[in-house]
Design a protein around this ligand. Structure first.
Ligand SMILES: [Zn+2]
Length: 413
């Protein structure tokens, strides 16, 4: 889908470029021509007339005796004017006609989007969770959204969500929330040194990540001073880079280069003044302060990777009107940062789930509930042991024979 849409968009852009290359030079040339003509035929005579008129009214020594006559366009000049204006209209008319070729491309984008966009995501999993009606699930989703907003620094949105959903928020999260708000407010007011002071107090583990953030804040402040105040104050501020000299030598040299050439800086220094730098640092800062790894973000990323494969699997299962029996996905999806604990039963080689949780036997070995059922239903077990010793089974890993009643279900958070 993405490839198709990319191709559609590229075609439209190509078409626009063609029009642009054809008409822009013509329009520019013509506009310049009209401007010159206007200056010669209208602006200059009018300026002359105004100045004479002022002299006449004020009665200065070089004032004309008679009031000056208002300049008129000659018939020739009028004809010239009209001809040039007609030419300009003709260019615009042609452009208007030609740009219709764009419509086809633009409407193709919309059609392909409709055609390839998969809106129906039902029946993808056996254990689909109801997040609309089920109160517990809904509150989990609300909490995940809250954490996501917190992590990305949208504290006001997080606030509103918390209020509207009456979310119970753990006290450590409330603290993070307040800290984030403080930092966000300072950042929006560009009070970089205040943020540095705040982080100095706030951070217990001053590692590389911390140093990197502090260096970036100093750099940002330095550029801010350079642009808003003057070179000498910026030069004085450079002392702040001293502790970072060894680690960020190249970057500091780059900043010094900008200081030297400012304001006549070459495009080599454009990266320092790029408007995206402000939101980029803001995002780093938010991640650092919130220290939350949003589960929602992970879910969305994993989902985006998995969906195309799951959709094609669904069509296979639908055509045979069955759903996968197991709760495991029939495909493997790589998750960059594994976000929850899993247990794979060493007997059945399947992943534990809500319906098939891990069970700890009295001897300490852990297998899945299904494996326990299978082992305790084993005919050999029933004949030889269960009948004689009550509800007992033998651990598959050690010589222990255990009472099934002593088994404990395990839960992973
Ligand atoms: Zn055992």
């Amino acid at each position: 889908m993405a490839e198709q849409l990319h191709a559609d968009a590229t075609a439209v852009i190509g078409e626009m470029e063609k029009l642009r290359n054809k008409y822009l030079p013509q329009l520019e040339k013509h506009t310049a021509h009209l401007k010159t003509m206007h200056a010669e035929l209208v602006a200059e005579p009018m300026a002359q007339y105004n100045s004479e008129l002022r002299k006449f009214v004020e009665g200065t020594s070089d004032a004309p005796v008679e009031p000056p006559k208002e300049p008129q366009l000659t018939v020739m000049a009028q004809a010239l004017y009209e001809r040039e204006m007609d030419k300009a209209f003709e260019i615009v008319r042609k452009l208007n006609h030609d740009h219709r070729s764009l419509h086809k491309g633009v409407s193709r984008c919309g059609k392909d989007l409709d055609k390839y966009f998969e809106a129906d995501l039902t029946n993808l999993l056996k254990n689909e969770k109801d997040i609309e009606e089920d109160v517990a699930n809904r509150s989990t989703v609300d909490r995940m959204m809250f954490e996501y907003f917190l992590e990305t620094g949208m504290t006001d949105v997080a606030d509103a969500l918390k209020k509207e959903c009456a979310l119970p928020i753990a006290s450590n999260k409330v603290k993070i929330h307040e800290d984030l708000k403080t930092v966000m407010d300072l950042y929006r007011q560009r009070k970089f040194t205040d943020i540095i002071d705040f982080l100095d107090e706030f951070t217990t583990k001053k590692d590389d990540h911390y140093n990197r953030i502090i260096f970036q804040l100093h750099s940002m402040n330095f550029l801010h001073i350079l642009q808003d105040q003057n070179k000498y104050i910026a030069l004085d501020y450079c002392r702040k880079f001293e502790p970072f000299g060894k680690r960020y030598t190249g970057e500091i040299q780059h900043l010094m280069g900008a200081l030297h050439f400012y304001p006549k800086i070459s495009p080599n220094y454009d990266d320092l003044f790029h408007p995206n730098n402000i939101p980029a640092l803001e995002s780093c800062l938010m991640h650092f302060v919130s220290n939350v790894n949003s589960a929602l973000e992970t879910l969305v990323n994993v989902g985006a990777d998995a969906l195309p494969q799951m959709l094609s699997i669904r069509s296979v299962f639908n055509s045979r009107s069955l759903l996968p029996e197991s709760e495991e996905l029939p495909i493997t999806i790589d998750i960059p940062n594994s976000c929850h604990s899993t247990f794979t039963c060493p007997i059945l080689k399947t992943q534990a789930s809500q319906n098939n949780p891990p069970v700890r036997l009295a001897c300490g070995h852990v297998i899945s509930k299904e494996a326990v059922n299978k082992l305790s239903n084993n005919r050999y077990m029933r004949q030889t042991r269960v009948s004689r010793h009550g509800n007992r089974m033998k651990c598959p890993y050690c010589p222990e024979e255990i009472n099934i009643a002593d088994n404990v279900l395990l839960y992973f958070n």
